[in-house]
Design a protein around this ligand. Sequence first.
Ligand code: HEC
Ligand code: HEC
Ligand code: HEC
Ligand code: HEC
Ligand code: HEC
Ligand code: HEC
Ligand code: HEC
Length: 383
Amino acid sequence: MNGRTKVSNETGVVNKLSRLRLLAALGVCAVSTTLLGWTRIEEEMPRHPLNVAQGFANEASCIDCHAEAADFGETGHARTLLPADSEPSLSLLQSLKDSKLPAAAEVSIEHRDAGLFAVRGEGANSQEIPLEWCFGSGHHARTWVGCLSDSWGAADLVEFRLTWYAMKNEFDITPGQPADPPPGYFQSLGALFDHPKTRRCFACHATQLRVVDGRVDFDHIHPGVTCQRCHGPRAEHVASEGKISDFSWRDIDQVESVHRCAECHRREDDVDGEDIHEDNPHIARFQPVGLMRSACFRSPEMTCLTCHDPHTPLAKQKLHEDWQCNQCHHENPKGTAQPHCGAGEESGCIRCHMPKVRSEAPLEFTDHWIRVRSDTDGTHAGQ
Ligand code: HEC
Ligand code: HEC
Ligand code: HEC
Ligand code: HEC
Ligand code: HEC
Ligand code: HEC
Ligand code: HEC
C-alpha cells in the first residue's frame, strides 16, 4: 500500500484506477507509446543530472554575455511549461465556455483564491480538480494538470481531460484518455498519474527540478527547457566569467550530440524496434529515430544542429528554404554520393522529402526520416 492508494480510497476512485492509470500514463505527448511499446524511458528518465540542488545560475545573467539569449524566450522550449493562471493559459481556459465540444459543455472553470479549478456538475454532486500547470507552448497543443498530495506528501498528477489543439484552435479530448470516461471522481475530469510519472513529465518540460526524498519540489521548479537544461548548471561558469564550462557541446561525436536532444525527443532504443518502419506515421513524433535511419545520417556532419538553432524560434529558422539540404546536395559541396534530386527538382525539398504527417489526435509532425517517398510527388505532399 502506498499513499496513492489512500488518495483513491478517500476520493472514491474505483478499482479501475490501475487500468485507468495505464491509459492515463500515456499522456498527451506519450500517447504513441501504446503503439510503440516504449519501456526504457519509464525506467531510466531522466538521464541528465537534473536533481542538483546547487550550481544553477540565475538565467537572467546569461544575456549579459551571450547573444543566444536574445530571442530564446519565444522558443517552444522556453514556453513549454507555465503556471496555469498565467497568460496565455488563463485566457484559453476561460475560452472553454465558447467551445463547441460536447464534453466541454459539462465543465466550467472557476478562478478562486486557492487557484484555478475545473468543475463538473453542481452542488453536492459536483466534482472538481485543481489546474496548476499548463504543458505545451501551444505550437501544437496545451494540456493542463493539477497536483494532489498523497498521504506521503508526494504529488500525484491529475491531467485534465480536455486539451487545446492549435491545428483546429479548439478543445478536444486529451490523447490517451477515453472518449467516454468510466464513472468515478477523477475519470470525468481527468486521469491520475502516479508520482514517478509526474516526475518524468516535469523532467522533460522543466529545467531545474529538485527532487527531495523522491518528491518534486514544486517551490523551486524552473519551468521550460531553458539554457541550463541543455548546458548544465552554470553558477561556476558565471562566477568565472566563462572560464569554467562543465557540460559543453563542443568535441562530442555525432551520436552523442543527437542523443542529448533525444533524451527528450526519444532515442531509437526508447522505441520497440518492430514499430520503426516507414509506414508508421507515429514515428514522426520521435524525430531522432527517423533522422538516424535516414541515408543522410551517413554524413558524419548530420545532427539536429545541421538544421536547427536551439536558440531561435522555429519560425525564424526558415527551414522551408532549402538551405539546409544544399549544405550537402545541390552544388554538392560535401561530395555526397547522391548530390542531386533524382526527380530533377531544384527547390521545395522539404515538401517532398520531409513532409508533415498526421501523428495522432489533431497533431502533426515533420517526418525526419529523409527519403524518397511514395506518398509525396509534389501534388499531394504531406497528405
Ligand atoms: C560574465 C560573462 C558570462 C556570463 C554571465 C555567462 N557566460 Fe557563458 N561564456 C562566457 C565566455 C567568456 C565564454 C567563452 C568561452 C569559450 O568560448 O570557450 C562563454 C561560453 C559559453 C558557452 C559555450 C562553451 C560551453 O561551455 O559549452 C555556453 C554554452 C555558455 N557560455 C552558456 C552560458 C549560460 C547558460 C549562461 C547563463 C547561466 C552563461 N553562459 C553566462 C561568459 C559568460
Ligand atoms: C529537456 C528536454 C528536451 C531537450 C534536451 C531538447 N528538447 Fe526540444 N523540445 C522539448 C519539448 C518539451 C518541446 C515542446 C515544446 C512545446 O511545448 O511546443 C520541444 C520542442 C522542440 C522543437 C520545436 C520547437 C517549436 O517552437 O515548436 C524543436 C525544433 C526542438 N525541440 C529541437 C531540439 C533540439 C535540436 C535539441 C537538442 C539540441 C532539443 N530539442 C533538446 C524538450 C527537449
Ligand atoms: C521523455 C520526455 C518527455 C516526457 C516524459 C513527457 N514529455 Fe511532453 N513532450 C516532450 C517533447 C520532446 C515534446 C515535443 C514534441 C514535438 O514537438 O515534437 C512534448 C510535447 C508535449 C506537449 C505539446 C503537445 C504535443 O504533443 O506536442 C504536451 C501538452 C506535453 N508534452 C505534455 C506532457 C505531459 C502532461 C507529460 C506527462 C504525462 C509529458 N508531456 C511527458 C517530451 C516529454
Ligand atoms: C535545447 C537545448 C539548448 C538550449 C535550451 C540552449 N542551448 Fe545553447 N547551445 C545548444 C547547443 C546544442 C549548442 C551547440 C551549437 C552548435 O555547436 O552548433 C549551443 C551553443 C551555445 C553557445 C555557444 C555558441 C558558440 O558559438 O560556441 C552559447 C554561448 C549558448 N549555447 C548559450 C545559451 C544560452 C544563453 C541559452 C539560454 C538563453 C541557451 N544556450 C539555451 C543547446 C541549447
Ligand atoms: C535536415 C534538416 C533537419 C534536421 C537535421 C533536423 N530537423 Fe527538425 N525540423 C526540420 C524541418 C524542416 C522542420 C519543420 C519546420 C517548420 O515546419 O517550420 C522541423 C521541425 C522539428 C520539430 C517541430 C515538430 C515537428 O516535428 O514538426 C522538432 C521537435 C524537431 N524538428 C526536432 C528535431 C530533432 C530533435 C532533430 C535531431 C534528431 C532534428 N529536428 C533534426 C528539419 C530538420
Ligand atoms: C550533412 C549532409 C546532408 C544534409 C544536410 C542532407 N543530406 Fe541528404 N544525403 C546525405 C548523404 C550522405 C546521403 C546518402 C548518399 C551518400 O552516401 O552520399 C543522402 C541521401 C539523400 C537522399 C536519398 C535517400 C535514400 O534513401 O537513398 C535524399 C532523398 C536526400 N538525401 C534528401 C535530402 C534533403 C531533402 C535534405 C534537406 C532536408 C538533405 N538530404 C540534407 C547528406 C545530407
Ligand atoms: C516534387 C517532389 C520533389 C521535390 C520538390 C524534391 N524532390 Fe528529391 N526526389 C523526388 C523523387 C520522386 C525522387 C526519386 C526519383 C527517382 O528515383 O526516380 C527524388 C530523389 C532525390 C534524391 C535521391 C537521388 C538519387 O540519386 O536517387 C535526392 C538526394 C533528392 N531527391 C534530393 C532533393 C533535394 C536536395 C531537393 C531540394 C533541392 C529535392 N530533392 C526536391 C521528389 C522531389
